[in-house]
Design a protein around this ligand. Structure first.
Ligand code: NIG
Ligand code: FE
Length: 415
């Protein structure tokens, strides 16, 4: 099966030499070919170039041709931080926040993560799977072509395993890559409120070996935050995860800068995510490391908390990734286009910087950079063909509307 896309107004994020990520000032420029063609064979990008230099089609058998006149073609979004599997929405908390309650106050009053965990424990696996599939269908329609999903709404052995099995089934039944992260340390469940060490023991000594044995996760996560898990506890869990080959991708500095970034760097985290509260030393410690800072602007938007310091990170020469954080409490949306709009409007990233952060850098943050996140020969053809537009800046500019015309997944037209 071959696909040939011709007359592409701009083919974006093309790579001559494969890069692991794009950082600092380099993010300003989005490599592009004007008036381009792209050839795909067996699901992989085979070749591309300028229409003027097109060598012509030799073999028309099994070939589908798409005319992309006036449209952009770019790699599909790589959403490296989500909680796409969850049991129910939380509009009651939404209303409480509108009336002035904070995320913390709502959690103290029986809402928050524990509310979600309560509901997830009751929900049958089939229902969780069906609901998450609907969310993924919508995410792909908005341009997502690779995804990470966390557990963390079970908080018992049985319910965490149930969540991770659902994520595994989603990975099997979807055409896009889905990576799984074990987030047993998302909150201390109510039944362990007066005995948090017993819960940590359960996560480290029982849940983690079972997750590893059943090969249910590639990464380990902790919500390192006041009233959730301390830096010392976070280190303990990262160390335990490493013993089973799970690299950390952790929640840090969402409400409190308390040393979570340093802990992540020390334990070679693949990414440190949230970063709404960053001190100078938290930015500095990331320099020269292999850890991807990941910002989640739709969480800031929804909770009304500060936006991550994208400009400071970029000015320090660092890369950064953008992700949705899709979850029922702080970000009830898996729309990466909206994330790009917020990155530009609220964090002052340019459209080119935002596209780098949402493609190649997101792919790095889930170890998928070798095969996704850019237009390069041999990479999997998970692509967005946009609606006709003047320039790629229209994608974040026209917030709220869907700029995707067609999705190409594994070299085939999706949907
Ligand atoms: O990434 N911060 C921790 N976890 C989620 C929110 C969890 C919830 O409120 O259900 C987040 O924002
Ligand atoms: Fe999250």
């Amino acid at each position: 099966m071959k696909l040939f896309i011709k007359n592409i107004q701009q083919l974006l994020q093309v790579e001559e030499t494969p890069k692991k990520w794009v950082a600092g000032a380099e993010m300003q420029k989005l490599p592009a070919i004007e008036n381009a063609w792209l050839a795909i064979e067996n699901g992989k990008i085979a070749a591309f170039g300028k229409m003027n230099d097109w060598p012509g089609i030799v073999d028309w058998r099994n070939l589908k041709v798409i005319d992309a006149t006036g449209k952009m073609v770019l790699p599909a979004w790589c959403d490296s931080h989500t909680h796409t599997v969850h049991a129910a929405s939380r509009e009651k908390e939404f209303e409480m926040r509108i009336k002035g309650k904070t995320y913390e106050e709502i959690a103290m009053a029986g809402g928050g993560i524990l509310n979600s965990a309560h509901k997830l424990r009751e929900m049958p696996e089939e229902q969780l799977l069906a609901d998450a599939q609907l969310r993924i269908d919508e995410m792909i329609a908005y341009g997502t072509g690779a995804l990470e999903i966390k557990s963390g709404y079970g908080l018992t052995m049985e319910a965490e395993i149930k969540m991770l099995r659902v994520i595994k089934k989603l990975a099997e039944q979807n055409p896009i890559p889905i990576k799984a992260t074990f987030l047993g340390a998302h909150a201390i469940p109510a039944e362990y409120r007066h005995n948090r060490n017993a819960y940590l023991d359960l996560v480290v000594n029982e849940m983690l070996p079972r997750v590893a044995e059943e090969q249910l996760a590639q990464y380990i996560d902790v919500f390192c935050e006041s009233n959730y898990f301390t830096v010392a506890e976070t280190k303990r869990i990262m160390k335990a995860g490493a013993a089973f080959g799970l690299r950390p991708k952790i929640h840090v500095n969402q409400f409190t800068a308390m040393g979570g970034v340093q802990a992540g760097v020390q334990h070679h985290a693949l990414s440190v995510d949230h970063l709404e509260e960053m001190r100078e030393e938290d930015v500095r410690v990331l320099m020269g490391t292999s850890t991807m800072p990941t910002l989640l602007p739709s969480c800031s938007f929804f909770l009304g908390i500060p936006f991550g310091p994208a400009r400071k990170l970029i000015e320090a020469g660092l890369p950064l990734a953008l992700a949705t954080d899709f979850n029922p409490g702080s970000t009830p949306s898996g729309n990466m286009q909206f994330v790009l709009s917020l990155a530009c409007i609220k964090m002052k990233m340019t459209p080119a910087e935002a596209i780098h952060a949402a493609t190649l850098n997101g792919a790095y943050a889930m170890d998928l950079g070798h095969d996704y996140g850019s237009i390069a020969p041999g990479k999997t053809a998970n692509l967005i063909i946009t609606r006709p537009m003047e320039s790629f800046a229209y994608i974040p500019y026209a917030f709220g509307s869907n700029g995707v015309d067609q999705m190409i997944i594994n070299g085939k037209v999706h949907g």
